[in-house]
Design a protein around this ligand. Sequence first.
Ligand code: ADP
Ligand code: MG
Length: 256
Amino acid sequence: MSKLRIFCVANQKGGVGKTTTTVNLAAGLAQVGQRVLAVDLDPQGNATMGSGIDKRALAATVYDVLLESASIADARQRSPKGGYDVLGANRELAGAEVELVTQERRERRLKKALQAVRDEYDFVLIDCPPSLSLLTLNGLVSAHGVIVPMQCEYFALEGLSDLVNTIKQVHANLNPDLQLIGLLRVMFDPRITLQQQVSEQLKSHFGEKVFDTVIPRNVRLAEAPSYGQPGVVFDPASRGAQAFVEFAQEMVKRVG
Ligand code: ADP
Ligand code: MG
């Protein structure tokens, strides 16, 4: 029997490639035979839409799961092209933060809900919002590890220390299983000297924690969401898609 691995895709900055990483890793893992659930924890619902599911038409979402008015089995949908399941989100999720504040064990709601489907998947990938909020905390409490997509830009390293500290605190206080799995260089353009330099800095600071796979900047990855498909499915021959399939293989090798 295979063992369920739960990962958060997190970075408190917006627009750094979290959602692109989540949906393409989900599709890439599905292509190599893994059973995958993608959890959209961002009220923007981009992972939901990018998986080909209309966020406005959902009868139940991760919001209902966090508030315990639906189970994951009730709320999940199949990505029509992606080959994986999605626990979707929409704007309603923005209210969850406030509504959960008065409730007990509020940071453990997602973890508890995932227990019920643990035998049905090999991987759960949680697309976190761009904040270190109660929603992200639910993700971190549920997970075995964190995948951090990042652009190799000047301030990238600075932003990382907050996230690394948060991971350490959650590890110490709430979830002893939690580890930093790795840093994924995304939207990479090797022609830009600064990106090369930051990439080298990352490797010297974080060593093995930097994934070998590098995701290039590739317009097909950016176009795919408007077709409701992960780039891996939308244009399998594109450089971006190939990099994500390679990343899925690297993940299976590292943790599978
Ligand atoms: P986040 O979820 O961290 O906010 P997204 O995954 O939504 O970030 O990415 C931000 C934007 O950059 C989106 O428009 C996305 O399509 C685009 N993008 C992400 N990765 C790439 C890439 N490797 N090449 C080109 N565009 C990308
Ligand atoms: Mg996103």
